[in-house]
Design a protein around this ligand. Structure first.
Ligand SMILES: Nc1ncnc2c1ncn2[C@@H]1O[C@H](COP(=O)(O)OP(=O)(O)OP(=O)(O)O)[C@@H](O)[C@H]1O
Length: 647
């Protein structure tokens, strides 16, 4: 007993030291203290609780007991010595996952899912230790997705084939198999479908055809309620715009065979997931949930890689079982900052296919597509409802080649593309910050010129047009960073860029708000209707001399909020790659830091590159950092796949 007390005192002081040195979040120490306050707390439990909380900060939704037994140094970003040192302070620890399970299962703070539930804060599900919230969210997602994947509908394959042949009639490039056509057939038969693919692979093009197919074949097609949603306002506006465009083109093609204009007119605006679910101030709970489900028959969610675990759980909870959910997204993009990598987990088998005999037969009958044997398998119910689009329509050039090489982990090829001297891809190696500032001046000069010229016509007639033009030009160029701090991070660069633009006479920064200050919203604000990730530009208020407004562009629509009403914003000449998801810029500059850090991964570089539509510039102060980033894959521990397979 005396020995255990001595150990725990040593352990607490070691945890506190690590907290002070920044090796451990203070939150993780505080969480371990909270766990210890709830009952008898052996040092091993204190250690496990602090590691679990720390890993949550790294995006892991749970802690595998195998990792705990083997030593989670790599997951924590520590050296083996650091871990051993801390572990030593906890005294003798269980040597295997089973021994850990036995020890933790015996603690009153831990709920073993096979035992009686007392609402304990820690959950032990087999060999995975969870914070209760994440266990609940993963369980909701896994159960809902699995139930939906297993619930397939009766489809008249002959009828579907007829419609698909018509809807994809103008396919010029013969792609075999036609994954887009196949995706429509698969989505039609289920109450969940996932369509993944890189940029420009036609996810929206395909989903527009899926909507037309549903319209043509659903029993109550004319009263079907279709909702479009995305994690951010910008992504939602883009989705609506692309779907409207695709449906209008399609309406011209199919003519009288299908009154598609009616479908387009009936579809409302795309919304953010927050607004769709009915987010309310000061609470994480939404207005829509199982007891008050969403009023939809078909829900299309774009940019699903940005949807975090808690949001996905809320969405699935609020979706009526009869509704069809279609998730669109690029599984290889960065997952959201929050814990979990939901789309990545759900798309685990997307590349390989793993389609069983029933799916292969259905696909052949309903779409006429014959899948090569390499895609056959038995990867489980969700894989049968998942399709990966593999052919990019507008991304075949050097930017696309670079993205492919990075995604494949082929550093040699990536460097070759970067050095090929193509006008659309550039690499500034061994860069000085000055070079990046030059790029910023050239890139942002375009919007600042129009802004500084001012609206030409009479006030209120041309003001909105001018604002739209300024915003569109601003949206055509962006500097993305991997990190927040330092010379090559968001904060350092924002300051340096504003100073540089001021020096060039393009901008007059002064005080917190000034004309030309681009800002990113960092917190949802229901009062003003702006959401985390929205980007706007500060301009003079035409109605109130001296006042400033922040203007936001959503598709073609412009809306504005008085600058002083926006509380949670930061300057956005430079922004993190994370925050850039869902956006695309004509010229995208990606600045990597000098030092390699935990955030520098292949997924980050891939996401940065794929934000560029016409030109991509990579800026690296030190050469090796690119290769290191490409060689580092994001790993997020989660139990989602296991839960979907098992329950
Ligand atoms: N089968 C096809 N035939 C002709 N054009 C196509 C086809 N599929 C896609 N396209 C065109 O390719 C472009 C990209 O398609 P789309 O916007 O649907 O891709 P996406 O995967 O949704 O891209 P992003 O991830 O950037 O949103 C569009 O202009 C679209 O019209």
């Amino acid at each position: 007993m005396a020995k255990a007390e001595a150990n725990i005192a040593l352990l607490w002081s070691e945890l506190a030291r690590l907290g002070e040195e920044g090796e451990l979040r203070r939150l993780s120490c505080a969480f371990a203290r909270f766990i210890a306050s709830l009952g008898a707390a052996p040092p091993a439990l204190v250690l496990a609780a602090s590691v679990l909380s720390e890993l949550e900060g790294h995006g892991h939704s749970c802690l595998l007991l195998d990792d705990l037994a083997a030593g989670p140094a790599a997951l924590l970003g520590w050296s083996e010595e650091q871990w051993k040192d801390l572990a030593r302070h906890a005294g003798p620890l269980p040597k295997s996952a089973q021994a850990w399970a036995q020890l933790l299962g015996g603690c009153e703070q831990v709920w073993e899912t096979s035992a009686f539930n007392y609402d304990q804060p820690l959950v032990l599900d087999g060999a995975r230790l969870y914070l209760r919230r994440y266990w609940r969210d993963e369980t909701v997602v896994a159960q809902a997705v699995r139930a939906r994947a297993m619930q397939t509908r009766e489809v008249d394959a002959h009828e579907v084939r007829g419609w698909l042949d018509l809807l994809f009639a103008s396919q010029r490039e013969a792609e075999a198999p036609d994954w887009q056509k196949l995706a429509c057939a698969i989505a039609l038969r289920g109450s969940v479908a996932i369509i993944t693919g890189g940029p420009g692979t036609g996810k929206t093009y395909t989903v527009a055809r899926l909507l037309a197919l549903l319209f043509a074949t659903a029993p109550q097609a004319h009263s079907q309620r279709i909702a479009l949603a995305a994690p951010t306002g910008k992504a939602a506006a883009r989705l609506k715009q692309s779907i409207d465009k695709a449906l209008t083109e399609l309406a011209d093609k199919v003519g009288a065979a299908l009154p598609l204009r009616e479908l387009t007119q009936r579809m409302g605006a795309a919304r953010t997931l927050h607004s769709l679910l009915g987010a309310r101030p000061d609470t994480r709970a939404f207005a829509h949930h199982r007891g008050n489900p969403l009023d939809v028959d078909v829900l299309i969610v774009d940019e699903a890689s940005m949807v975090h675990l808690e949001m996905m759980a809320s969405l699935l909870d609020a979706l009526p079982p009869t509704a069809t959910l279609v998730l669109l997204g690029d599984k290889d993009q960065l997952a959201s900052v929050e814990a979990g990598a939901v789309l990545g987990d759900l798309c685990h088998d997307a590349q390989a296919g793993g389609y069983d005999a029933a799916t292969l037969a259905y696909v052949r009958a309903a779409s006429g597509e014959q899948l090569p044997p390499a895609f056959a398998g038995d990867a489980g119910a969700l894989a049968q409802q998942t399709v990966m689009l593999r052919h990019s329509r507008r991304f075949g050039g050097p930017i696309g080649q670079l993205a492919l090489a990075v995604n494949a982990g082929d550093t040699g090829r990536a460097e070759q593309v970067l050095r090929a001297g193509e006008s659309s891809v550039r690499w500034i190696e061994n860069a000085q910050q000055q070079q990046l500032l030059q790029l910023a001046q050239a890139g942002y000069g375009s919007f600042l010129d129009v802004m500084n010229t001012g609206p030409s016509g009479p006030l209120n007639t041309n003001h909105e047009q001018w604002v739209r033009q300024v915003l569109q030009r601003f949206e055509s160029f962006r500097i993305l960073c991997a990190v927040r701090d330092g010379e090559w991070g968001v904060s350092g660069l924002n300051e340096a860029i504003a100073a540089r633009l001021a020096q060039a006479g393009l901008l007059k920064p002064g005080g917190e708000w000034y004309v030309g200050r681009p800002v990113m919203v960092t917190r949802n604000d229901y009062g003003t209707g702006v959401y985390n990730g929205d980007i706007g530009l500060t301009l003079a208020d035409p109605a109130r001399p001296g006042a400033l407004r922040v203007y936001f562009l959503e598709g073609e629509a412009v809306r504005s909020v008085l600058a002083t009403r926006l509380r949670n914003v930061e300057t956005a000449f430079a922004m993190t790659v994370h925050k850039s998801q869902g956006s695309e810029f004509r010229h995208t500059v990606l600045a990597l830091p000098r030092e390699r850090g935990a955030v520098l991964t292949r997924e980050l570089v891939y996401t940065g590159i794929t934000r560029a539509s016409e030109m991509f510039t990579l800026v690296t102060p030190a050469g090796a950092v690119l290769a290191e980033a490409i060689g580092t894959r994001t790993h997020r521990t989660s139990g989602l796949r296991g839960m979907i397979a098992a329950r």
